[in-house]
Design a protein around this ligand. Sequence first.
Ligand code: PLP
Length: 397
Amino acid sequence: MQLPIYMDCHATTPIDPVVWDAMLPYWTTHFGNAASRAHAFGWVAAEAVERARAQVAAAIGASVREIVFTSGATESIHLALRGALRARRARGRHVVTTAIEHKAVLGVMREFAAEGWDISIVAPRPDGIVDPEAIAAELRADTVLVAVMTANNEIGTLQPLAAIGALLGTRDILFFTDAAQAVGKVPIDVRAAQVDLLAMSAHKLYGPKGVGALYVRGGADNVHLEPSSPGGGQEHGLRSGTLNVPAIVGLGKACEVAAAQLPADAARVLELRERLRLGLQAALPDVRLNGALAPRLPGNLNLGFAGVTGESLLMQLNDIAVSPGAACDNQNAAPSHVLRAIGVPDDLARSSIRFGLGRFNSVEEVDYVIGKVTTVVQRLRATSPQRTTRAEPEEVR
Ligand SMILES: *Cc1c(COP(=O)(O)O)cnc(C)c1O
């Protein structure tokens, strides 16, 4: 076992060596521009891109013409939301989303709200799951899009996509999902869920950083999006610019590996996660689980350690890489919008830590983390001036 231990897989994941090997030749020998039609360098690159497109499509139950390559989930989200809303502004200016979306989604929503759009933000239940009925209650004649993430990046809860897709049914409302945390971790079928637009990212599934994809149901001719960048007309004209071939090859390979290993990987990671959760809850009193235990990403654990601050805890866990509960708020002290939305009191939110387990963690590492966290929490609690928050007994599970 090597220190420090990486347990922050919601922030990013290491590249799988198999993925790395697949990418290598495309930096050097096969460096061609995939848009060069006149020679073999271009053909080889284009062939690799199309192989990757098929691998990505297969991982989510899509077909190849429905996949657009981007620089990551953030860009996919922006292309999907800005592209769809701008293309539909004449039809209506109402959008439904949730309070626990990633900042990339909420940021676009704020932008459109400032332009006069009406944005309904649905609160999740206290267990972190969005009730499809709560979405249904917000739908109106001028609703053009519903955005609900597949899996939350802080508390790992999985949303009932198929139920939401079914209630949108034949209505002329687009269904967008941010699946950055979910692809490769839990089964995804865009047809079964009746999703129109799905965003994903390679670096969350053991692929390289700076590459992602957007699924567009039926392709660009079916779901009309305003292009994000005019130019050479790559990617159905939606996203011009020379394709990052090695990165795209990596995304494709990462999807292929994830899809092939999904049941085994998910079972193994879940076992590690449960070992960690049960170990910590057996060793320490007043440990609260944020978000429902199920349905949840196998590798996610978000725990509040009553009576200590996440900040002091993280500082002393110097050989373990985990995140504060408010992972995306690292620069400001405000408690996470997700923990707030599920009703976690601010002091308990500030005592929360997010563990993100993944493909490369071991039992040995989990046992080390249990021991270390237990020691540090006991020490901090013993020296802290007062125990302010006690977790509700029924929540200590
Ligand atoms: C990481 C993440 C993103 C952003 O993905 P990038 O590829 O880093 O831009 C968006 N949404 C969720 C839920 C994420 O976890």
